[in-house]
Ligand binder design. Sequence first.
Ligand code: NAD
Length: 501
Amino acid sequence: MAQELEHFINGKRVSGTSGRFGDVYNPATGEVHRKTPLATQAEVRAAVENAQEAFATWSHVPAARRAQVMFKFRDLIIQHMDELAELVSSEHGKTLDDARGSIGRGLEVVEFACGIPHLLKGEFTEAAANGVDVHSVRQAVGVCAGITPFNFPAMVPMWMFPMALACGNTFVLKPSERDPSCSIRMAELMIEAGLPAGCLNVVNGDKEAVDALLTDPDIKAVSFVGSTQIGRYIYATGCANDKRVQALCGAKNHMVIMPDADMDQAVDAVMGAAYGSAGERCMAVSVAVPVGEETANRFVDALAPRVRALKVGPYTDPATEMGPVITRESQQKILGLVDSGIEQGANLVVDGREVNLQGYENGFFVGGCLFDNVTTDMDIYTQEIFGPVLSVVRAQTYGEAATMINDHAYGNGTAIFTRDGDTARDFARDIQIGMVGINVPIPVPVAYHSFGGWKDSLFGDHSIHGMEGVRFYTKLKTVTSRWPSGIREGAAFNFSRGSDV
Ligand code: NAD
């Protein structure tokens, strides 16, 4: 009997009332082991009302006090690390080590949020004119919403709510209906850390809940992370309803291997970056671009046996290197794209389509797949596969590799492996991608920098966390004050230079 999950509204778990549920699978067995309630508009409204009411008080709590809640939350996450990792792995399927690692990356954002008094300090100009001072402050925007994807059920929510709350906002989170348990547990831990009830609500749901958030007049800002198709819709609908929106979307990340690269290092790097978490990472390397035939031959020869040897299995087996993908639908989509790659003429060097694991016959497994001689017109090149499939596109020159990357619709991450400083510097300066790695395959920025792509990988003006997070979750206010000693006689009807005011 599948366990029925709940929402988290006004500081406690509450049952869903819609009678509609989403299936949460154990992806290793294919069994439905939990059911997510899918919220009605009225349930979303109740959560937003709670957050709106809580905002009146929370936004006036001193930043240093809000930081204390974050410090406590940080301790609780560390204390509950194994429990949270188990929730992530049991619903997502990734290994426990990988789950712990991703929670650790989310934790870094919480640690950054602990410094919020410093981050909100503002600017002050004494004597902008005689007797006139000017100061700028950043104030909370109101109730913010977060809509998150399945692939990082702890980390991506933690990119959002700690920054939003630390800035003085309240928050309504709509996690992925595929793996929502970790979000509910983190909301509970926030209350234990001292966050007042109503400041952080979690509503589970699908399009109905998302649309209710996007059109609710009390929601002032929306952070979305997910696919490009849905992200475009979120951005357009949120903006049309007068909200500020950041929508971080899909990706196709290229890794260039120059002839002078350390080949062992490059092959090690691509193994983790392409096949870790079954390729279900927006920063996964899904295209390798060796430069020159000789480099390509060495790269493919060294990589193929490693891909064949990948240990695929359930997260409960400590030897597992790569778990299943999230749903049967996702598995079928990935397998369909692999078939299309063969039909369109690519060379499938390692075929991971058949995985036979005793006791896990119904799991959503896909083995590591490696394509060589992929061309840029093939579906496996143009589309985000979001599975353990790496395409090798051979380039003859560095210029050809760079142009290929710049021409791709997505612009999330990219990497170059080389020992040549000039090439690395040119790449970092000229490439049309938001996050760049030099001999670093998955250049996910640390929490005090900001995460975000270009082109079809991000809609909106702000990346996420770091100072971009502070800017997104606050409004700038500038106050110009004049004190009696500086007041001039008489009225002025003309505009004058600031220093003459
Ligand atoms: P998704 O777009 O299917 O879902 C994301 C969220 O949108 C979920 O909460 C879902 O409930 C909601 N949603 C789904 N369909 C909707 C609809 N029709 N209307 C309104 N809301 C809807 O994405 P996913 O499959 O959960 O996650 C994988 C995708 O997320 C990949 O494309 C991946 O690249 C991307 N991703 C991007 C980043 C980034 O930072 N750029 C990070 C992680 C994941």
